[in-house]
Design a binder for this molecule. Structure first.
Ligand SMILES: [Zn+2]
Length: 259
């Protein structure tokens, strides 16, 4: 693998195991293909409760792999509870994965269908762990909500994020991004699948309770095209196809909270 991981021919997902053996040796890697008929309805799963304080939004950054909004998680102000998780998990950041063209680009796949992008809202268990870094290495440390994006009509909820992308075209660029409630990005119904998995980027720690929403949100063709103008490492390497393909399920159980 070349110097650092990425999504290219020389440093993409098939090479990650060279430096991160868990990529091939792990038993709970993500993403996965969800086959709905093989999932199990669990009536004990309560509804998700997202309690986000818009003033915790801090900044928007191009980290060279994705575009990410970071939140102030020093206090318990923006939290996720309910569903498969115990207690409260603090919102740390959200970011997206997308394809070079419409119709692929999501990380999770449902019954053979990929979506054009996937939003990840990353939360950590501050009740149990002292820092995000420690939580990210613990089996119950993180809870990530995955939301599919389907190319259809214009999505006004994405407008502000997308209009800010011009300011973070290059790797390491960061701008202030305040007063934003990511709840506005979610679909009206929060029906979900849940399973135990991993980070989908190196170091691929097996620390994530995944919550994948069944219903996608919309994005227009013009809107998603703006994500593809961001740069991975320079103007010759535009940020697209920044997704990992599905990994072996290895007998894991995928639960759902809907009939
Ligand atoms: Zn992600």
């Amino acid at each position: 693998m070349s110097e650092s991981w990425g999504y290219g021919v020389d440093n993409g997902p098939v090479h990650w195991a060279d430096k991160f053996p868990v990529a091939k040796d792990g038993r709970r890697q993500s993403p996965i293909e969800i086959k709905n008929a093989e999932t199990k309805h669990d009536p004990a799963l309560t509804e998700l409760i997202l309690s986000y304080d818009p003033s915790t939004a801090k900044s928007l950054v191009n980290n060279g792999h994705s575009v990410q909004v970071d939140f102030d998680d020093s206090e318990e102000r923006s939290v996720l509870s309910g569903g498969p998780i115990q207690g409260k998990y603090r919102l740390r950041q959200f970011h997206l994965h997308w394809g070079a063209r419409d119709g692929h680009g999501s990380e999770h796949v449902v019954d053979g269908q990929a979506y054009s992008a996937e939003l990840h809202l990353v939360h950590w268990n501050a009740d149990k762990y002292e820092s995000f870094e420690l939580a990210a290495q613990a089996p119950d440390g993180l809870a990530v909500i995955g939301v599919f994006l389907q190319v259809a009509k214009h999505n006004p909820a994405l407008k502000r994020l997308i209009s800010s992308l011009d300011c973070v075209q290059e790797k390491c660029l960061r701008i202030e991004f305040n007063d934003f409630n990511p709840h506005t990005l979610l679909p009206p119904s929060l029906q979900f699948w849940t399973y135990l998995g991993s980070l989908t980027t190196p170091p691929l720690y097996e620390s994530v309770i995944w919550i994948v929403l069944k219903d996608p949100i919309h994005i227009s063709k013009e809107q998603i095209a703006r994500f593809r103008t961001l740069q991975f490492t320079g103007p010759d390497h535009l940020m697209k196809d920044n997704f990992r393909p599905p990994q072996p399920l290895n007998n894991r159980e995928v639960l759902r909270n809907f009939q």
